[in-house]
Write a protein that binds this ligand. Structure first.
Ligand code: ZN
Length: 56
């Protein structure tokens, strides 16, 4: 359980809901649904994931 640099995806191979937010926790179950090969660094100008906000 750790905070990581913000990551997001813009991959069209991911479902739209995966492209709507960015994550900054490596144990976020929403973030884990994104395939690692589709990770892009930064927040991508997207809002923060609700699960990541809960994780703190
Ligand atoms: Zn998240």
């Amino acid at each position: 359980m750790a905070k990581v640099s913000p990551y997001h995806t813009n991959s069209l191979e991911e479902p739209p809901e995966h492209r709507e937010v960015y994550h900054d926790h490596d144990d976020c179950f929403e973030g884990k649904k994104i395939q690692k090969k589709h990770w892009e660094s930064g927040n991508g100008g997207k809002p923060r994931c609700k699960q990541c906000i809960k994780l703190g």
